[in-house]
Design a binder for this molecule. Structure first.
Ligand code: FE2
Ligand code: FE2
Length: 296
């Protein structure tokens, strides 16, 4: 199945199951713009690749030509493709091989992973933890997707990968504000989301949702990112939102990233219940994710 991603013109109306009241109204976007200015655009070459991947008439050769214009991106694509953490099933020695052996949906995930990795390199100390958390969540979301029969597995990976990208954007655009927030989070054991809400009037989830919209990701991905901390509130009823929220909790439980909650009862979470996951299924997902993380 083709990953839904808008490639031009105005956004198509979201599918019926995702229509509902939204929290990230335009006033929130205005407040975000006021505090942190312009949000990061998708890098130019990456945008070209993504657009080509959405065109059914594109050939691997055309996509290869675009990627090779950006040697740094090409290098990261190869590195990511061969990282066990990313979860590719075979070793990839050239970008051409990656394009030959992977489907377009998987290539899109790979390119986005390489793009976000490139954008995350200047966020300082928190960078490594945030990056591990992003990839861990992508992986967990893909596994949950397999377990619940969610057909768009690469979309689940991509939403998991990007769910906290708002934090990276905040680090890049408003580093001193973020340092204050981090300090409160770590010194007082507060939740990021709550401190952001109080200090800024919006959260990294709002910022991530706006970026997903700017980058023309599908509405399902945008909502999953924007609502990953409030997956069961009215308006946040999409299955992908629940998958991402649970993937996030799984990473917290396993200590993948800055937040560690080893005592978290995953079977007691609303999302596990709403997704209909049994304790055995949760155990299976936890095992698969922790194995992938150990291999990295
Ligand atoms: Fe988050
Ligand atoms: Fe997260």
């Amino acid at each position: 199945m083709k990953l839904e991603m808008k490639t031009g013109g105005h956004a198509a109306p979201p599918p019926a199951e995702t229509v509902g009241p939204r929290r990230s109204e335009s006033s929130k976007a205005a407040r975000v713009a006021e505090v942190i200015g312009d949000l990061p655009p998708m890098p130019h070459i990456a945008a070209q690749v993504i657009e080509k991947l959405s065109d059914e008439n594109s050939t691997p050769k055309q996509i290869h030509q675009i990627i090779m214009q950006d040697q740094a991106l090409a290098g990261r694509v190869l590195k990511v493709a061969n990282s066990p953490y990313y979860g590719a099933s075979r070793s990839i020695s050239t970008v051409r091989d990656a394009l030959m052996f992977m489907g377009f949906d998987a290539i899109r995930s790979l390119i986005m992973t390489a793009v976000l990795k490139g954008m995350s390199i200047n966020v300082g100390l928190a960078e490594k933890l945030l990056w591990e958390h992003a990839v861990g969540c992508g992986l967990a979301a893909r596994k949950i997707g397999e377990e619940v029969g969610f057909a768009r597995k690469e979309e689940a990976y991509l939403a998991g990968l990007m769910h906290d990208f708002g934090k990276t954007a905040l680090f890049l655009r408003a580093p001193s504000v973020m340092r204050d927030i981090m300090q409160e989070v770590y010194n007082d054991g507060m939740d990021f989301f709550d401190v952001e809400q109080r200090k800024l009037g919006f959260t990294h989830a709002d910022v991530g949702g706006i970026i997903a919209d700017n980058w023309r990701f599908s509405k399902d991905i945008e909502y999953a990112i924007a609502d990953h901390h409030q997956p069961v509130e009215p308006g946040a009823t999409g299955e992908l939102t629940q998958i991402i929220s649970l993937a996030n909790s799984i990473c917290h439980k396993l200590g993948v990233g800055p937040t560690r909650k080893p005592d978290l009862d995953l079977n007691g979470t609303q999302t596990a219940k709403m997704l209909g996951l049994s304790p055995a299924s949760i155990e299976k997902i936890l095992l698969a994710v922790s194995q992938a993380i150990e291999e990295r």
